[in-house]
Write a protein that binds this ligand. Structure first.
Ligand code: NAD
Length: 542
């Protein structure tokens, strides 16, 4: 562990307790709540030491925060999407200019390895850039086909939904806050962000940078406290809720959103499969599996927890995957010396250990790992590879959300697809084959929001122009791409008629008008059908 560079510096970073207290003072946009409320300690998982605390807000505090955010929205909405894009560009540059400090803060809160902090770090300026580039065009007014050609004119405008609530988790606190918040802002909404209580400081610092970039104060507020109190109060007060977290909590939040008749997106858990086909490059697949299973100590919603390998290459795969995994080093340094960091807290460690013990007791084989490492820190757990895992054991049926994977041989590609689809989840999947085209064909047959071919998750996630989200227990709605922005607008149709009301003019009897209408709509339909057919013929001729 590195030593302190300056007086009061936390674990050799430039962060001090005073500086984190200053960030806590930004909670709810007011000093009052930061000083008066009960506090919750935030710890550095690598040692368990307390690094700061945050106020536990009440439901009344959330109401005040939402009101402040609502009141500030008009100033933000007066800016055009192009002007908002300029602010996003400044924000992206600010994030990049504060790289060292932000990477340290991510590691301080989460205990993750530096390289995994980098992964989430780079996502934020890229997301800001994406919505700065695409947002203005996506939000532009759109002409649509009117009811009657020439006589009517129809357009669709994109109104902001209002105040958007963003509830984010602890595993990727930096990018999972911003990936949903930035498009909400681009669409002209104000936002109240509730980060997980274990990782509040990166969210506070990011919102501070947004304000520095030009987002008016109070347009984007951070509220802290316990999920069931603060998160639940938020869902009752906002016009849209974006939730990232467990499927269990997601169900509660979606139910509450349903009762309030507000729209929502739910980014939830997964039990993601990796399919290694018989023709795959095994060394490449093994390296991909290491990244897919053990990034962020497996605390990644997109990570692989099940690997189905064609039986013809099963042994070869294990022989490559096990030593590749054993090369990984564990540690919590603020540099690139460790490959895998700490788990987040004691319940998370217990969950991982329970899953492995349950599998072991039921007869599974532990090829590597299978133990915690208190010699490195209280919450470290070794990357673990299991085979012969019985179907009724915990890691076979539940999301582990840790550095544990089970590997199984399958008799064919079809069997791999069936096994992959044998789950209630559907967030991410990964297919490995030498034939990329075949990979895409297999991907179509896997029930999942995203499928990556010859990569575990990064190519899918980093395709910011493409939607990302889950099916089944993995969630509803999509982030990223146009879909990630459009969820935050109320499309409003404005239609006008040059001839006034669409009913019979004074001198025309209703019966004549009705016959005329029926004939003209019939004619219109035939004209449209002919046009459609012509275009089909035209395309075929090509
Ligand atoms: P969690 O559901 O316990 O907590 C997530 C967030 O919800 C936190 O901010 C928490 O404070 C808040 N919360 C808790 N109870 C609440 C309530 N009743 N009402 C409103 N908010 C409440 O999630 P977790 O277990 O800490 O996180 C890990 C889970 O998140 C895993 O299942 C993982 O797969 C999932 N996850 C999914 C994605 C994705 O994009 N699909 C990303 C990261 C994590």
């Amino acid at each position: 562990m590195a030593v302190s560079r300056t007086q009061g510096a936390l674990f050799g970073t430039e962060w001090t307790r005073q500086e984190l207290n200053r960030l806590a003072g930004l909670v709810g946009g007011t000093e009052d709540v930061a000083t008066d409320r009960d506090k919750l300690a935030v710890t550095y998982p690598v040692t368990g030491a307390e690094i700061g605390d945050i106020p536990l807000l009440t439901a009344d505090d959330i109401q005040r925060a939402v009101e402040r955010s609502k009141a500030a929205a008009s100033e933000w909405q007066e800016l055009s999407p192009d002007e908002r894009a300029e602010i996003f560009d400044r924000f992206a540059a600010l994030v990049e200019n504060h790289r060292q400090e932000l990477l340290d803060l991510i590691q301080l809160e989460t205990g993750k390895a530096r390289q995994h902090a980098v992964e989430e770090f780079i996502d934020v300026p890229m997301t800001a850039n994406y919505y700065a580039e695409k947002g203005p065009a996506l939000l532009a007014d759109e002409r649509r086909e009117g009811a009657v050609p020439v006589i009517t004119r129809t357009e669709v405008v994109s109104d902001p939904v209002g105040v958007v609530g963003v509830i984010s988790p602890w595993n990727y606190p930096f990018n999972l806050a911003m990936t949903d918040l930035l498009p909400a802002l681009m669409a002209g909404n104000s936002v109240v962000l509730k980060p997980d209580e274990k990782t509040p400081f990166v969210a506070l610092r990011l919102v501070e940078l947004l304000i520095q970039a030009g987002v008016p104060e109070d347009v984007c507020l951070v509220v802290t406290g316990e999920g069931p109190v603060v998160g639940s109060a938020l869902v009752d007060l906002v016009e849209y809720i974006t939730f990232t977290g467990s499927s269990e909590t997601g169900r509660l939040v979606a139910e509450q959103a349903g009762r309030n008749l507000i729209d929502c997106s739910m980014e939830l858990g997964g039990k993601n499969p990796m399919l290694v086909l018989g023709d795959a490059d095994i060394d490449m697949a093994a390296r991909g599996a290491v990244q897919g299973c053990f990034t962020n100590a497996g605390q990644l919603c997109l990570s692989m927890e099940r690997i189905y390998v064609d039986e013809r290459v099963f042994e070869e795969f294990l022989e490559a995957f096990i030593p590749e995994t054993e090369k990984l080093t564990l540690g919590g340094n603020f540099d690139y010396t460790a490959d895998v960091g700490s788990l987040i807290d004691e319940p998370q460690l217990e969950r991982v250990a329970n899953h492995v013990e349950d599998a072991r007791e039921r007869g599974a084989t532990v090829h590597t790992g299978g133990t915690n490492r208190p010699d490195i820190g209280p919450l470290f757990y070794e990357p673990t590879i299991l085979t012969d895992v019985p179907a009724e054991s915990l890691p076979a049926c539940e999301e582990t959300f840790g550095p544990v994977v089970r590997v199984e041989p399958v008799s064919s590609t079809e069997a791999a697809i069936d096994a992959a689809n044998d789950t209630n989840y559907g967030l991410n999947a990964s297919v490995w084959t030498a034939d990329r085209r075949r990979g895409h064909e297999v991907a179509r047959q896997v029930t999942s929001g995203t499928v990556c071919v010859n990569d575990a998750y990064a190519t899918g996630w980093a395709s910011l122009d493409a939607p990302m989200g889950g099916v089944g227990d993995s969630g509803i709605g999509r982030r990223h791409g146009p879909e990630g922005l459009k969820r935050y607008v109320e499309p409003k149709t404005i239609a006008s008629s040059t001839l006034g009301p669409m009913n019979a003019p004074p001198a025309v009897p209703d019966s004549v008008f009705a016959r005329g209408m029926m004939r003209s709509t019939q004619l219109l339909r035939k004209v449209k059908k002919t046009a459609r057919n012509l275009s089909i013929t035209f395309v075929r001729k090509k």
